[in-house]
Design a protein around this ligand. Sequence first.
Ligand code: MEV
Length: 434
Amino acid sequence: MNEPFQGFSKLTRQERYQKLLSTGVLSREEVEYLEHGGLKDLSLGEKFIENVIGYFQLPLGVATHFRIDGKDILIPMAVEETSIVAAASKTAKWIRESGFIQTRVDGHEIIGQIQIAVLHKYDLFSKVILEHKLRLIEMANREVAFGLVKRGGGVTDINVRVLDRPDGLKMGIVHVMVNSCDAMGANVINQVCEFLKEPIESLTGEKVTMCILSNLVTSKITKAEVVLEKVDPELAAKIEEASLFAEIDPYRAATNNKGVLNGIDPILIATGNDWRAVEAGVHAYAARKGAYSSLTRWFREGSRLVGRFEAPLIVGTVGGVTTLHPTAKMAMKILQVESANELSRIIAAVGLVQNLGALKALTTVGIIEGHMKLHIKNLTLGAGAEEKEIPYVQKRLEEILALRKRISLSNAIEVLRELRLQRSSKPDHETHHV
Ligand code: MEV
């Protein structure tokens, strides 16, 4: 299988840039921009938030080996946690060699909510709204969502829910369904709901309390599936057990889902998407059956191991930070996505793959090995080792890790202290080669 990014992790940073250039993923200007530390111009920051004093920078990496729905995709990930990018790439390689990833989005609409805190005539409320639904939709599309209508979207439906309040009264909720095309849709849906407030009040005689989108978008669910052929039966059984653990125990589900989000959030951040909105939606969805549960499920099908992910992953490819932030624009270019749905499907796939990587590690060598080996370098630097001391300290830490299965910053400090002591007490030719 021809893969242009084979061996990418072994390259130096300069060679990585060369690869991105020679494969046409990025232009020379884009590479220079990254090489010189990315965005510097604070005036852009002023456009996003208030009281700006600088930028907070995260490392941007690319995960390799991903083939999603038959398409090779390089995954930009902005994240600080050691081994996420490596684990994603390694697991994607495994799947590329022995299986496949397929994805889809079910549904089109995001949801806006209009609340009437206390309904005075709750039996009439639903009837009146539903009777005038088509007119309300037509008005909202004409007055507010006309841009979306032109692109094939807009307000598509209006539903009514009546909730029991703890004080025995009834609360009315109007759900406004909007197809937001390639926009994340927050602004337009909030505007549509605000716009509908007045007509709803005059039609029903009830008082609207508030209007806002819902992040629990059960009407647009992104799904990913990984199928692995001929998996070692012992490993497949262990992964199935790990999956069951997360399905039935909320304590494990939270950590399992954190591992899924290790794959999701870095892409959201890299592409300038609202990761808090996605997190809120994903967790609410994980608890939709009344108990917090796993977003993923792994099971055996003959000699195959199958994994599934589903959750609302509402993202945009137009508007907001995605089109304004140069690094986010670059991430979008690296991904080469054609629509918000495609971006959402890729994100779901990476979340599921990241989960598989974690479950494989947890049920075999444990998380420490992969995690801490890569972390040793950070510990070495954190302890204050100088360039010439690094190889020795790293080697000693690897030995300690192999021996004790544990390693920490205090080990690194101790090793460095010993090394410096040895050096100061011995003539130069007798000390370690550092
Ligand atoms: C660590 O960032 C993520 C894991 O805890 C996920 C998991 O337990 O499945 C390894």
